[in-house]
Ligand binder design. Structure first.
Ligand code: DAK
Length: 260
């Protein structure tokens, strides 16, 4: 994990904290940052020591203040399209379908591509000072990293349209009220809260969690029947050691140990 310039990764007790680390630019996502986050996530995907990933931003001001505006300012239509697709594949889709839970700890501004990154995560917890929005139309562009889709999924179409058309920012409390974030806590309790949730998740079957991620996401994938995927994934659980361990532990009145 040592060669990264714009991110850092810290692993302890099964929980990896991936920090976007360009605080002078409010952690804006440039190409290199997206590539580094991709590389780190790919490395952690097959690392048995990593069970849950927490995404956050360096320092107290910003989670991620968007795509790096200075970098995309002179793009052509073709470059814009290629980069949106490339970025979506490298990071945003990767996070959404990541086989281990990804929690975004939103520690400040999450704007544009930053909010899109948080929305790709499976769960969001925000600090009370966080501000969220999709300001793209104020720059003459639209959200390009899945924001038009995922915001509407999370808060409904009407609220998503309002946020996108006004380019305004909402507070953490409003984000909580509209379902954009799962919880709001004071900034100094943010990482602890995310860690606590991660530890709770850690007690459960990693195989079953992977299956649940696939089943939930199936319902948001066009052309895929989520109920059918749920049945398939449900059935597959019965052939696993973890299912045996979980059910035996219940019958034997002991705690299941899925991480031997
Ligand atoms: N990109 C580059 N630099 C940024 C930045 C960003 N998104 N956000 C902040 N910075 C830099 C500032 O330029 C400033 O740098 P210096 O001037 O010191 O060199 C430094 O971070 C500190 O920011 P401020 O001085 O502006 O700090 P303030 O407290 O005054 O304001 C703010 C905080 C968050 C309100 C403000 O920084 C701000 O409005 N930032 C921009 C927010 C924004 O519009 N973000 C971009 C949204 S659009 C694409 C796919 C997707 C997208 C684009 C392309 N393709 C595939 C091509 C998505 C686009 C977006 O994310």
């Amino acid at each position: 994990f040592l060669m990264y310039e714009n991110i850092s990764v810290n692993l302890s007790a099964g929980i990896a904290v991936l920090t976007i680390n360009r605080p002078k630019q409010l952690n804006a996502l440039n190409k290199r940052t997206i590539e580094e986050a991709h590389a780190a996530l790919k490395e952690m995907e097959s690392d048995n020591e990593v069970a849950v990933v927490i995404l956050t931003g360096a320092e107290e001001k910003a989670f991620v203040a968007g795509a790096d505006i200075k970098e995309f300012a002179d793009f052509t239509i073709a470059q814009g399209g290629a980069l949106a697709k490339n970025g979506q594949d490298l990071l945003f889709t990767l996070v959404e379908h990541y086989p281990k839970p990804v929690i975004a700890a939103v520690n400040g501004f999450a704007l544009g591509g930053g909010l899109e990154l948080a929305m790709s995560a499976h769960i969001r917890i925000a600090s009370s000072n966080a501000k969220m929005g999709l300001p793209e139309v104020s720059l003459g562009v639209i959200p390009g990293y899945g924001g038009t889709q995922r915001l509407a999924q999370l808060v409904g179409k009407g609220k998503a349209n309002e946020l996108i058309f006004t380019a305004g920012m909402i507070s953490a409390d409003e984000a909580f009220r509209c379902g954009l974030v799962n919880a709001v806590v004071e900034q100094d309790a943010l990482m602890e809260t995310a860690m606590k949730m991660a530890s709770k998740i850690l007690r459960n079957s990693p195989m079953a969690i992977r299956a649940a991620i696939r089943a939930v996401n199936a319902g948001y994938t066009s052309g895929v029947n989520g109920y059918e995927v749920e049945i398939e994934e449900f059935a597959k659980c019965f052939g696993t050691e973890e299912f045996k361990e979980g059910t035996n532990a219940f019958i034997e009145k002991r705690k299941a140990n899925f991480r031997k």
